[in-house]
Design a protein around this ligand. Structure first.
Ligand SMILES: O=C(O)CCc1cccc(O)c1
Length: 522
């Protein structure tokens, strides 16, 4: 073993999977020096996560990663199918939400390559592969981490903060002594990823046969994935054999009709860390929570963690906010991650009822429920999905609209020349002061103007296209939207992760901003 050398960074990120990479990109773009280490020498070449929703695409948009960086397949519908009742439930996913497709699938190695390319191009970032964390201590001023390179070289890294993005078996979580509470499913699943099957599919379907529940979905590059639940007595060794896979895939033409890329037996888990933080150390992604795959939310939850924590750390490090705002990371993210885990558990009950009788009752009831138009709309349009909004956290509570603690919606905007923009791209990567039907700049006093500038906030006036005052606004809505009730002049201050921190009638802008300043200063 070679002698230690010393290095310093604002933030040390342990783990460069998609969540660690996206998180580092967010920090780098906010001007924070960040070192990312990963014990693997390269990206993991097999697909694992497969699904993203509009929230994930919006978060990736914030770090400049989109369709041009990784291939996507738009999913029009998620179908739940019973051998007795046919389609007994469905989620319509064909529409756009926040300007993005509601649901897509992707190929994880392709996404990871896209993220790594961006890492290489972004200032303030360094990546050290083949490097693992071996020890970690905290002081009042920061953390001291000992890491080891694959060649045996040891390095002591001093950092202001350390973030564990090191997956379900997180070393960081173990070191900071956080329990991983929850349960593991009793069943094993055989995951098969294949290219070029002879029978195309354009959607996600759950074949809910109690004998062999099978989620099945399309992915980019002519790929499809099947997840076969194993029955009692079926072993990993037996089920990963080609003859078994050929038998399971017989309804889709068998393995001769396709190229098998991956076959692996997994057990699914539903677990969450007892806290996402210990002092200067934070957990994000699978290190903080693991979600069964049935709602396609595992990686999305991790990206939400990254978006939530990155700006808070950056603003604290840069002295723009007090350390108390870091408490809001756990307050905001843990309940939502837990709600997503519970939704996935509920979905698991629909997909894999234990007996034929319970399948009959559960699937039959769902089919009947869809005969009630209100219920049908609720189920089909994802009305039961927990919204990404908070009861407690870093915002100033008020009942008025746009509601603090909720996401500010993304819309298409037109500039005076008619050029089209996604609103988040206009708002930039810092805070944004948004005037709805008004110019927020008109209400700033000297002190509040200074505060807005210290936050790096963009001030934007958004109005309707068809009003006589349209010319006064920087941007107009491309299409009418619930974002902007006509005539109501409101101002919202939106955080870098697009959560509304405070909102008011336009004439109260200065006092609203003073309250936010007081809150952020602590
Ligand atoms: O089972 C999986 O691996 C993900 C299934 C999935 C994909 C997209 C939407 C959804 O609700 C589930």
């Amino acid at each position: 073993m070679e002698a230690s050398v010393q290095s310093h960074t604002d933030v040390l990120v342990v783990g460069c999977g998609p969540v660690g990479a996206a998180f580092a990109l967010m920090l780098g773009r906010l001007g924070i020096s960040t070192l990312v280490i990963d014990k693997a020498p390269d990206i993991y070449l097999a697909p694992r996560a497969i699904a993203f929703d509009f929230d994930a695409l919006r978060i990736l948009q914030s770090v400049g990663v989109g369709e041009a960086d990784f291939e996507q397949v738009r999913i029009p519908v998620v179908r739940l199918i019973s051998p007795l009742f046919g389609e007994f439930a469905r989620i319509n996913t064909g529409q756009d939400v926040d300007t993005h497709p509601m649901q897509i699938t992707f190929y994880q190695p392709d996404l990871e390559r896209g993220l790594r390319r961006k890492l290489e191009q972004t200032k303030n970032l360094a990546l050290s592969l083949g490097t693992e964390l071996v020890a970690l201590t905290q002081t009042r001023e920061g953390v001291l981490a000992s890491v080891r390179h694959a060649d045996g070289q040891m390095l002591d890294i001093r950092a202001g903060y350390l973030v564990g993005a090191d997956g379900a078996h997180s070393v960081v979580r173990g070191i900071i002594g956080r329990d991983f509470q929850g349960s593991s499913f009793a069943e094993d699943w055989l995951i098969v990823d294949a290219q070029n099957p002879s029978q195309p599919i354009d959607h996600v379907e759950f074949l809910c046969n109690p004998k062999r529940p099978t989620p099945h979905m399309v992915a980019p590059g002519g790929r499809q994935r099947w997840e076969f639940m194993l029955a009692r007595g079926e072993s990993r060794q037996q089920m990963e054999r080609d003859e078994e896979i050929d038998r399971l895939l017989a309804p889709w033409g068998g393995i001769a009709a396709m190229k098998i890329e991956r076959k692996a037996v997994y057990r699914f888990h539903a677990r969450i860390a007892s806290s996402f933080r210990n002092g200067r150390v934070f957990l994000i992604g699978d290190a903080a929570h693991i979600t069964p795959p049935f709602v396609g939310q595992g990686l999305v939850s991790g990206l939400r963690d990254a978006a939530n924590l990155s700006w808070k750390l950056a603003y604290v490090i840069q002295g723009k906010a007090g350390r108390h705002i870091l408490d809001s990371y756990d307050q905001e993210r843990r309940p939502h991650a837990k709600a997503m885990i519970n939704l996935a558990r509920f979905m698991a009950k629909l997909i894999m009822p234990r007996h034929h009788l319970s399948a009959f009752i559960v699937h039959g009831t769902m089919k009947l429920m869809r005969c009630v138009p209100g219920l049908r709309a609720l189920l089909d349009e994802q009305g039961i999905r927990p919204s990404n909004s908070f009861r407690r956290g870093c915002f100033i509570k008020s009942a008025s609209w746009p509601k603090p603690g909720h996401m500010f919606p993304q819309v298409w905007l037109l500039d005076p020349k008619g050029n089209e923009f996604r609103s988040d791209d206009v708002l930039g990567q810092h805070f944004a002061l948004i005037g709805l039907n008004t110019d927020p700049g008109e209400y700033l006093t000297e002190d509040t103007r200074q505060f807005v500038s210290s936050l790096g906030a963009t001030a934007v006036a958004i109005g309707h296209a068809d009003t006589s005052t349209a010319a006064r606004f920087h941007y107009r809505l491309k299409t009418p939207s619930a974002l902007l009730p006509k005539g109501d002049r409101r101002v919202a201050l939106v955080r870098p992760d697009r959560i509304v921190i405070a909102t008011c009638r336009a004439r109260d802008t200065a006092s609203m901003l003073r309250s936010v300043k007081k809150y952020l200063d602590g």
